[in-house]
Design a protein around this ligand. Structure first.
Ligand code: ZN
Length: 255
């Protein structure tokens, strides 16, 4: 018996699922705006065509669905057999016909949504392992997917921008990214300052704030997250503690 509504009743998780579903719909819309010929064009990711982006987002849904099956059954099924297998799969997917590529994205997204919907409420706490080797509760897969669909919709490079990404998603992205830098110590000498989402929450500051020699990278929320995620640096400025403008540094690697 398959339910047609989410098995979880956790309001936080339901809100997170909504952001993932909205992001999936947003990616689908941007993909549908592209003609078959335009799929051959470049994306914002170096070395990747739009085809690579679509294939990756499709296979990512399949990989995350494997984690939900793991959470549901207890049978360990990794996202990918290996990083090489993941990359090979993307290269293969990029060669599919336009219709097959679009079907890959659609079917994988629907399948993942069904896996999420049917996961029993208590199984969302079950531990699974990400492709990076992090052990996380199944609930974390919702965020893993959310950031993929929203950011890669921008990477399709046909009009989506970080300003299209909802403020709560931008906010969590910036926390995640600066948190990753901090735990690796790659944020030394770097302060990141973003005006709050929608300008409502004042400025948010992250990074090496105790360092008077640090460079501050600042800008609007969407622009700062775009820069921090390793995309374009439009809309951000950099300055020394004395207020002198300097070149905007390249953001440290995130994932
Ligand atoms: Zn990705």
């Amino acid at each position: 018996m398959v339910a047609r509504y989410d098995q979880t009743t956790d309001p936080e998780l339901l809100a997170a699922l909504l952001q993932a579903r909205r992001g999936t719909a947003f990616f689908a819309r941007k993909l549908n705006e592209l003609s078959d010929a335009e799929l051959d064009g470049g994306s914002l990711l170096t070395g990747w065509s739009r085809r690579h982006v679509v294939a990756h987002v499709g296979y990512n849904a399949r990989a995350i669905a494997r984690l939900i099956e793991w959470a549901a059954t207890g049978v360990q099924t990794p996202m990918y057999p290996s990083p090489e297998a993941r990359n090979h799969e993307i290269d293969f997917g990029a060669t599919l016909s336009p219709i097959a590529l679009r079907n890959l994205f659609d079917h994988a997204a629907v399948h993942l949504n069904v896996e999420w919907r049917d996961l029993p409420a208590d199984a969302w706490h079950h531990q699974v392992k990400t492709a990076q080797g992090r052990v996380v509760p199944a609930a974390e897969t919702v965020w893993m997917r959310t950031r993929e669909v929203w950011i890669h919709a921008v990477d399709l490079d046909n009009g989506a921008t970080f300003a299209d990404i909802p403020a709560p998603v931008l906010s969590r992205l910036l926390k995640d990214i600066t948190g990753a830098w901090s735990s690796r110590g790659t944020d030394t000498g770097l302060i990141v300052q973003a005006t709050g989402p929608s300008g409502a929450n004042g400025a948010l500051t992250f990074g090496d704030t105790g360092n008077p020699g640090a460079t501050t990278v600042a800008g609007g929320f969407a622009a700062v997250v775009q820069w921090a995620a390793g995309r374009a640096a439009d809309g951000v400025t950099a300055s020394t503690a004395a207020g002198q403008a300097v070149d905007v540094p390249t953001a440290p690697a995130w994932i």
